[in-house]
Design a protein around this ligand. Structure first.
Ligand code: AMP
Ligand code: ZN
Length: 493
């Protein structure tokens, strides 16, 4: 269903302003999202970026577009110090192998052979897809066609590197590695503001590194690293080795989406520089176009209780950590999407509690509307006030909080045409994906225990009902009874 002529505006990092969104070949929209690295579990910060991409896609679908979404999986090992132009530090896959070997020694084997990087990436890819499905990310249902793995696209990366060398944008340095020559691309720095004069002046200190003596410019970045001893390596005209991190996304975006210029490219704010700056230089250098993505959209970081998430602070959470604490999948999705993507979001357990109630209210509303509507079939009307208000908020640079505000104030109104209202609510849920979300994994047996309480109450055996209720509370559940019966849920903290 297409919403009537929404005036969609998105903030484009490239131009630093709100721009009307006009895809090159409507109704198709080609969108690429920088995806997960699979040497560890993705954390809720990563998932904020992925939930944003999913919400954006679902909104564009609601607005009548056909979205071709591609999200890569980085399964080539890259350096811990990826932000440096040469990627210094230790290889992340090597690091994961070391950690998994330790785990195996202490009896917690995650894979049979921790020396096999393909086993490691397969293990974390599977975990990622499970988590993504919990959060109802549509892209997870399109694996592997729309979720390309870097290791499967090395030949396309090599073809692009070849083109860049031929076009004078890349060179083989004295250390045998292939570098991109940033001075060959006058637009370098346009996305991030890290232009070459600033980098030379020292403002981009992160790109200065120990290899600068072999490079033409300190910001020249790695395209191919010959290293015959590396944990993952491929033959190439420049020696057996592995590709640079940035070339992955340029090659996979253009290959899998099938066009040199795409409509939208997303990532977290840390991707702006150097990753996306370098992607633009590579793709435009190889294709000759002035643009790679026409709209660049970046999510600000997620913080936890006001602090940066870190293992050391003990505030580092994965989706599975939250599920183990009893969080509802739909509430996690709600919490990750509800604040504007261009402001930092503060993840708190209080927020997650509020999200849980919000999701419940929505589900209850759908149940109530279904009951009142009975067999009446709702005619879906694009001019329905809920759809209009919800759509208009999202059209304004994906203002999810505004859209949710509109939804909840509409929910409080009288529902004179429940069938039409239900139809509109279901449309809104195309974006929210909350009404039919899976139940928490640890709900097993809970329904039976709640029913036992209700049965005891029906028998007027209130002592037994109280006893059963107390047991649930002792087990860490919150229990509530209303006219529809007893429900329980695990406390989040
Ligand atoms: P990575 O697996 O580290 O490559 O990250 C995957 C995506 O998550 C990238 O787009 C990052 O920019 C994004 N990201 C990483 N940390 C956070 C965070 N704390 N908040 C929001 N996005 C993040
Ligand atoms: Zn990327």
């Amino acid at each position: 269903m297409a919403l009537p002529s929404l005036n969609i505006r998105f903030h484009n990092t490239l131009t630093r302003q709100l721009e009307p969104f006009v895809p090159e070949q409507a109704p198709k929209v080609l969108m690429y999202n920088c995806g997960p690295t699979v040497y560890d579990f993705a954390h809720i910060g990563n998932f904020r970026a992925f939930v944003f991409a999913d919400t954006l896609r679902r909104f564009l679908e609601l607005a009548g577009y056909e979205v071709d979404q591609v999200m890569n999986i980085t399964d080539v090992g890259h350096m811990t110090d990826d932000q440096a132009a040469d990627g210094g530090g230790e290889d992340k896959m090597q690091l994961a192998a070391r950690r998994m070997k330790e785990a195996k020694k202490s009896g917690k084997a995650e894979v049979d052979n921790p020396d096999d990087p393909y086993q490691i990436s397969a293990y974390f890819t599977k975990a990622f897809l499970e988590d993504a499905k919990v959060l109802r990310l549509k892209i997870a249902d399109e694996y592997p066609q729309h979720m390309p793995r870097a290791t499967q696209h090395v030949s396309q990366m090599q073809a692009m590197i070849r083109k860049l060398i031929d076009a004078g944008h890349a060179y083989v340095a004295s250390d045998g590695a292939v570098y991109y020559s940033v001075e060959s691309f006058p637009e370098y720095g346009k996305l991030s503001g890290n232009t070459l004069d600033k980098i030379r002046g020292g403002a981009g200190g992160r790109v200065l590194d120990e290899h600068q003596q072999v490079k033409r410019h300190p910001a020249d970045f790695l395209l191919w690293k010959p290293d015959a001893t590396h944990i993952m390596k491929w033959d190439s005209p420049w020696g057996a080795g592995y590709p640079g991190w940035h070339i992955e996304c340029s090659a996979m975006a253009t290959t899998v989406l099938g066009r040199d210029v795409i409509d939208i490219h997303t990532g977290g704010e840390d991707n702006i520089f150097p990753h996306h700056e370098c992607e633009i230089a590579q793709t435009c250098g190889a294709t000759g176009h002035t643009h790679f993505a026409r709209y660049w959209m970046h999510t600000r970081f997620l913080l936890v209780e006001g602090q940066k998430m870190s293992k050391r602070l003990g505030n580092f959470f994965t989706i599975r950590d939250l599920l183990a604490k009893g969080a509802e999948p739909a509430a996690i999705r709600y919490e990750l999407m509800r604040s504007h993507y261009r402001s930092n979001m503060d993840f708190t357990f209080k927020g997650l509690e509020d999200a849980t109630s919000a999701v419940r209210r929505l589900r209850q509303l759908a149940v109530d509307l279904e009951q009142i509507a009975g067999d009446a079939k709702g005619k879906l009307d694009a001019g329905h006030p809920l759809l209009m208000a919800f759509g208009e908020a999202l059209a304004d640079d994906l203002n999810v909080s505004g859209a949710l505000g509109a939804l909840f104030s509409w929910a409080k109104e009288d529902h004179k045409d429940p069938a039409a209202d239900l139809a509109a609510l279901r449309q809104v849920d195309h974006v929210l994906a909350m009404l039919d979300a899976p139940k928490p994994a640890n709900d097993d047996g809970l329904a039976t225990r709640c029913k036992a309480i209700d049965d005891a109450r029906k028998r007027k055996d209130f002592a037994a009902a109280d006893q059963l209720r107390k047991q649930l509370i002792d087990d860490g559940y919150e229990v509530s009874t209303n006219k529809d019966g007893t429900t329980a849920r695990r406390k989040l903290t």
